[in-house]
Design a protein around this ligand. Sequence first.
Ligand code: PRX
Length: 632
Amino acid sequence: MSDRIHTLSGYFHEYQKSVTEPEQFWARIADSFHWKKRWDKVLEWDFEGPDVKWFVNGKVNITENILERHLFIMGDRPAIIWEPNDPNEEGRTLTYRQLYHEVCKFSNALKAKGIGKGDKVIIYMPMVPEAAIAMLACARIGAVHSVVFAGFSSSALADRINDCEAKAVLTSDGNFRGTKKIAVKDLVDEALEKTKTIETVIVYQRTKQEVKMVEGRDIWWHDAIDGQPDTNEAEVMDSEDMLFILYTSGSTGKPKGVVHTTGGYMVYSKYTFENVFQYSPGDVYWCTADIGWITGHSYIVYGPLLAGATSIMFEGVPTYPDAGRFWAIVDKYQVNQFYTAPTAIRALEAHGTKPIEPYKLDSLKVLGSVGEPINEEAWHWYHTHVGKNRCPIVDTWWQTETGGIMVSPIAGITPNKPAYATMPLPGVQLAIVDPEGKELKGKAVEGNLCIKFPWPGMLRTTYGDHDRCKQTYFSAYPGMYFTGDGVKRDHDGYYRILGRVDDVINVSGHRMGTAEIENAINEHPKVIESAVVGYPHEVKGQGIYAYVICDLKNRTEENLIGEIKDTITKSIGPIAKPDKIQIVPGLPKTRSGKIMRRILRKVAEGSFDNMGDTSTLLDPAVVEEIIEGRVE
Ligand code: PRX
């Protein structure tokens, strides 16, 4: 516990040390882990490459730091508490000892299927403990997991399988989500028609719906582990061996595979978890994310389990069977730290306070927020009605690429300011830059958010395309990592994240590229061209507005809009479906053919004055037509 920050002056002291002596600082933190061989050098780096190595030549297995490490002193402590979708179904608790044996058994099962170090394994599963077991088993044998959110379509799944040339898929027969039952295995079967590399599919039986099992390729989870020993020797991994790939959207092209490696991620996820949430042994912690996102990786599975915490995993949705479900779970398990997304808070806020009233919520000590800017109103609602004005809120800013939390209050220690992520964590050296790349020093400045020194949890590359990593993150401002976010530092030195400054939109905390949605829309044969922008949305943070030029022959607008939505659902998944689709006669383009998105954003927002200079447009009249046909 020596790495824990306890006071505000302690935070400043640690922060200072992390900047003046970063290597000593991180070596001290890393020393509290079990290494099979200590590192030779703490850090080697160059942001030009980029080429970043932490704990160079260190040998380690992350699962020994989760399982063996906690086995003897606290083997009987709950590691994972699972709450099913249906509140009437019995939940499950896995102690650290049970988790150890389950992970070992499944590790042996994977090995028996010929899966080993360096192989890529796709996990496309519902929120059941087996999903975490699958991740840990991969990590134990040195296979690289790539979790794909189970709400993504078969085509999105196939793209990811093909990109990383995965050898196996771990999945389930079906998935319960609220009142819905999703045929997950059918989606896998569909995806595998478009892939060539998958040799094994392991199917966890969850919904007991009928599925087709392909002889020689598909095997039930329970058959795969049957008879497997419940111990397993963990593979020796290099600090810089790949731990996982997680696909995320950017402003161009298809989603890219963000690569995280073993040693640095391990150190960073645990350190940030313990400090930000001020987790104390015995506390019950709950993060409502899905393991398909980075939040689920770092703050349901790795961070909490490395810290020996009790982590709740919830299969369902916040509004099933009613809008009090989150609070029922908080009371049921006496949750101490609760971590969710602003979109969930706003969605529940829309139901009023009635659904909260039956619950005490007196176990809560810390509330967290992640994934998108939290507006002041939602912050206050969360603070007053959930936290009863006594729980600090940690508004945590970070990204898939950062691996762990970067800017956040330390719970109960950093004074809160609504809608501010407050200050950088130790080890995080931020820079605010103007469009020319000049660092804006001092207080009360606004610009683009960059990071000028490596931190252990950072991405190392984008899978299969290092140049893309360089272009996306390290080229806009040479010598710095560019986050894609705009930020303001106020007169107190506090940071407020203003949202993306690139063509990425954040819908209900889900990150999507406008280009990716446009590509999906363009798959419809009647679509000629499309342009997608984000616009402010009361509950989702941002909504998706699509402008589409199409051939309306033999179709009504309404039919076509429905078909376009179906095309997107098939290509990406329902989360990418636009809230508004407007069929337009043309798009505002410059003479060089570039779409002026600024104008489209204004129209989507409903603010028509101050359109800026439209004289460079090829056909200025199209703007009027677009305004006229705007979807309310
Ligand atoms: O725009 C920022 C927003 O989410 C983006 C990262 O998305 P993703 O990689 O999917 O990871 C989400 C979970 C870590 C960021 O570039 N974002 C994330 N957290 C916050 C945020 N915006 C404002 N405040 C936050 N606390």
